[in-house]
Design a protein around this ligand. Structure first.
Ligand SMILES: [Zn+2]
Length: 260
């Protein structure tokens, strides 16, 4: 898989003697979690994994060299059962996902490290990552953190509809890939579906409401896209990437300093 992680920040490029020499108390390890799943007719299965790596890699570039932050190899397989029925989706169960994250947390704690952040870029993993951050804190005493998706960045230029319901293979994800791996985007194959209308104020909605119904992509978005990729541009993708990377870098810095 393509990587934007700087070699000097890539945990798996170290040997064990170099790991042994890291400051255990202050080093922050970043565990990326993502997915290999359908992203419509125009984006690759690895979209969430590529975006995770892209954003994290650009964020790590911004940190001062002396700050001890390392990216672990990603957990590429996520809980993607909302996309079952689309060929290419490789999903693990919630219990498998949580067991893998738990075992990695256990290894990290046994090596004497104290700080771990779960950086997740797949919606289906969000709830599991929140659970695991607290479980790893309780079980191993790790100081755990979470960082989700675009790290709270507002994507300027999106329509209200896309901002609310363009969350899968829509404008943002397409723009990020156009800015970084345009050869993997099939611009002739764009499709658009929305699972809800932003003007719809019904009590019961699929997302963004206090009362929700559980949905499967196949029920509501036959092409696999939830959003509209057509307005996506590489320019916006580069702008959103850089802004998000700056937010992630700031968040990682706060985590390094937290409790120090
Ligand atoms: Zn995605």
């Amino acid at each position: 898989m393509k990587t934007w992680i700087p070699d000097s920040r890539n945990f798996a490029y170290l040997n064990w003697k170099q790991v042994d020499a890291l400051p255990r108390e202050s080093t922050l390890l970043v565990l990326p979690t993502a997915a290999i799943e359908q992203h419509g007719h125009h984006l690759p299965l690895a979209t969430d994994t590529l975006i995770n790596n892209l954003l994290l890699g650009h964020a790590l570039e911004k940190l001062p060299p002396e700050m001890p932050v390392y990216a672990l190899p990603p957990v590429c397989y996520g809980k993607s059962n909302e996309h079952i029925g689309f060929p290419g989706t490789l999903s693990v169960s919630s219990s498998t996902f949580m067991a893998v994250v738990r075992d990695l947390g256990s290894s990290i704690a046994k090596a004497g490290f104290r700080k771990l952040v779960l950086f997740n870029t797949h919606g289906g993993n969000v709830a599991l990552v929140d659970v695991m951050a607290r479980d790893l804190r309780a079980e191993f005493g790790l100081r755990t953190f979470t960082l989700q998706g675009s790290a709270g960045v507002k994507h300027e230029g999106l329509s209200a509809q896309e901002d609310a319901y363009g969350f899968h293979a829509g404008e943002v994800e397409t723009a990020l890939l156009l800015a970084s791996v345009p050869q993997l985007v099939d611009r002739a194959a764009y499709t658009s579906n929305y699972i809800a209308d932003v003007a719809d104020e019904k009590l019961l909605r699929p997302e963004n409401a206090p009362a929700t119904f559980a949905w499967l992509t196949a029920d509501i978005a036959p092409s696999g896209v939830m959003g509209d990729p057509r307005p996506a541009t590489a320019e916006n993708g580069a702008r959103w990437r850089d802004k998000t990377a700056a937010h992630i870098a700031a968040a990682l810095t706060a985590m390094v300093r937290f409790g120090a």
